[in-house]
Design a protein around this ligand. Structure first.
Ligand code: 6PG
Length: 247
């Protein structure tokens, strides 16, 4: 039975500040750990402020015992503004000079089917396995207004139960190809953190947290780590519906 925790902050700045503190603790843990730790970053815009702050508050050595992976990627080249890896490289990896041997990107420029297979193999070779499933120490997730998370969207919710480690998905509006961890890998993680901010997200946050409306159609509702816990880092705007508000 997984545990859920909701952390609600007055604004996105304090959300980012608190989350960065947790990342710094994680980096410290990795220095004490008898094995390297493995993290999967989320994409989209919400974590960008976290990367910017970490660029200012951490040093390259602090990352030396952490392997950085991605929960999903847009099938575009790394220098494309849409690239999740590209954003983190520009904002954090290159400026800080984090060692390349610890960076495990999804090659969005490659054939999506073959790349999903290749990345799955890389993760199974890199991470500890439980019943053949790679186990992340920490997975960061975002939430779309449509209830998607990583790159598993409601119109392809069956991908959540895929046997593969990584799946190829399609963005419902743009048709953009995406590569995403499957649900079994997400739910095998020791710790999962949702980072969600802004009014636009509040209706779907309300449905998922309160198990109301169409929550069962939302991939984000399927996040239930077997032995771990899932946290929701939310700003007040993203929870406006939780307090019975409507706007
Ligand atoms: C991606 C993501 C996706 C994202 C949500 C929220 O590559 O787009 O990983 O799941 O986290 O769409 O995106 P925002 O933070 O931009 O609202």
């Amino acid at each position: 039975m997984h545990r859920r925790r909701h952390y609600i902050y007055p604004d996105v700045e304090s959300l980012v500040g608190a989350f960065v503190c947790d990342v710094e603790k994680f980096l410290e843990e990795s220095r004490q750990s008898d094995r390297p730790l493995h993290i999967a970053l989320s994409g989209g815009s919400t974590p960008l402020a976290v990367f910017r702050t970490l660029r200012e508050t951490t040093v390259p050595e602090a990352w030396s015992r952490v392997h950085i992976c991605w929960g999903d990627e847009r099938c575009v080249p790394p220098d494309d503004p849409e690239s999740n890896y590209g954003s983190v490289r520009r904002i954090l990896i290159d400026p800080l000079g984090i060692a390349g041997k610890n960076i495990h990107r999804i090659r969005g420029e490659r054939d999506s089917g073959r790349e999903a297979e290749r990345y799955g193999r890389e993760l199974r070779n890199l991470l500890p396995l439980e019943e053949g499933v790679p186990v992340f120490d920490w997975i960061w997730l975002g939430l779309g207004e449509d209830g998607h998370t990583a790159s598993i969207f409601p119109h392809q919710i069956a991908l959540w139960d895929a046997v593969q480690t990584c799946v190829v998905a399609t963005h419902p509006q743009t048709g953009q190809k995406r590569i995403s961890l499957s649900g079994k890998v997400i739910n095998a993680a020791r710790r999962i953190s949702f980072l969600v901010s802004g009014k636009k997200k509040s209706p779907v946050v309300n449905e998922i947290v309160m198990k109301e409306g169409r929550y069962a159609e939302y991939p984000a509702s399927l996040v239930a780590p077997a032995s771990g816990y899932v946290e929701w880092f939310l700003d007040r705007d993203a929870t406006s519906w939780l307090s019975g508000g409507t706007d």
